[in-house]
Design a protein around this ligand. Structure first.
Ligand code: SF4
Length: 82
């Protein structure tokens, strides 16, 4: 009987439980500015260029860069809860 080891893959980023991102897909127009401001957070869909995140939880230490990315969105498509 052995000990089961569970390895968590988190790409070295600890997730904040205090800040979460929401992108309104009906408002996003694919301007890409959020991805330019925070490429480690915002990704762009290949089919339409609209933004998405792999996790709503903001990695610890990335809160300010996310706030800057939110400010760059000309559509106001990104919101955060803190
Ligand atoms: S900046 Fe705003 S409109 Fe442009 S891709 Fe990002 S969320 Fe969408």
């Amino acid at each position: 009987m052995g000990v089961k080891t569970v390895r968590r893959i988190d790409h070295g980023l600890k997730r904040s439980m205090e800040m979460q991102i929401h992108i309104d897909p009906d408002v996003c127009q694919g301007h890409t500015l959020c991805a330019l401001a925070a490429p480690q957070i915002f990704l762009l869909r290949e089919d339409d260029g609209h933004a998405y995140v792999t996790s709503a939880d903001v990695p610890q230490g990335q809160e300010d860069v996310v706030r800057r990315a939110v400010a760059t969105c000309p559509e106001g498509a990104i919101s955060v809860t803190e």
